[in-house]
Design a protein around this ligand. Structure first.
Ligand code: IPE
Ligand code: IPE
Ligand code: MG
Length: 240
């Protein structure tokens, strides 16, 4: 086995808030609130473990189809969390960035996002990406549209389009692809998360519901990752 694989970028689908609440006969919103507590712990534990990039799936393009009351509760929680957490994230050296299509967000939420991004834009201890209003298909399409515009306006020759160039147009364009993907909550699917970016990411699924996911659970995921051999299509002897 080669030396332990580096772990720079972790991407997480934080799933299971609704079921956590249902098990306790609480409204789904209570699960989302508890989920925020887990998020706080995981952000800190990731930074301590030396993770450089943490990308959290908070709200998918498809989640817009949920009942209106749940959407509005979630949007209010986003605004509140930004108000409550931005300053302390800043003090911890976290750089916050939102990935996704913002057109359906309220002006108030967009404003909080911009304030938090601006406040933390010079930090570099941990790059924390919140994917909200995000869909992997949307991401690929917006990159295609950027490429088309560049070709139409003679900034790019069609013959120069390649994987590296295309990748830079994705919303994660300036950061490396995830090394480890974690999904909590028991489902084993990607649910339109980082479709292009996950091509060679190591996948880890666990049954723990997101509000119960803690530092010990995160360590289990990291341990599972540490013993994997990433081959990227090569054979074992080439890696060693
Ligand atoms: C994940 O938890 C949070 C969001 C999608 C916003 P869910 O709300 O999907 O919880 P479950 O899957 O119904 O338990
Ligand atoms: C994926 O969870 C999106 C987020 C966690 C933000 P979902 O709960 O929306 O996914 P499905 O519907 O079970 O695939
Ligand atoms: Mg879910």
């Amino acid at each position: 086995m080669s030396s332990k694989p580096a772990l720079a970028h972790v991407a997480i689908i934080m799933d299971g808030n609704g079921r956590w609440a249902k098990q306790r006969k609480l409204p789904r919103t209570a699960g989302h609130k508890q989920g925020i507590k887990a998020t706080r712990e995981i952000v800190e534990a990731s930074a301590e473990a030396g993770v450089k990039y943490l990308t959290l799936f908070a709200f998918s393009s498809e989640n817009w189809k949920r009942p209106k009351a749940e959407i509005s509760a979630l949007m209010n929680l986003f605004i509140q969390s930004l108000q409550n957490e931005a300053q302390s994230l800043h003090e911890k050296g976290v750089r916050l960035k939102f990935l996704g299509h913002r057109n359906a967000f309220s002006d108030g939420l967009c404003q909080q996002i911009e304030l938090a991004e601006e406040l933390t834009c010079r930090n570099d201890k941990l790059f924390l990406n919140i994917a909200a209003g995000y869909g992997g298909r949307w991401d690929i399409l917006q990159a295609v549209n950027h490429v088309i515009q560049d070709v139409l306006h003679d900034r790019l020759a069609a013959s120069d389009i390649n994987e590296d160039l295309f990748e830079k147009r994705l919303v994660t364009g300036d950061i490396p692809a995830p090394d480890l993907f974690i999904r909590t909550g028991g489902e084993q699917r990607i649910s339109n998360f980082l479709l292009w970016q996950l091509a060679y990411t190591e996948l880890y699924f666990c049954d723990t519901l997101w509000p119960d996911f803690d530092t010990d659970e995160l360590k289990k995921a990291f341990e599972s990752y540490r013993v994997r051999q990433r081959r990227f299509g090569l054979i074992q002897e080439q890696i060693a």
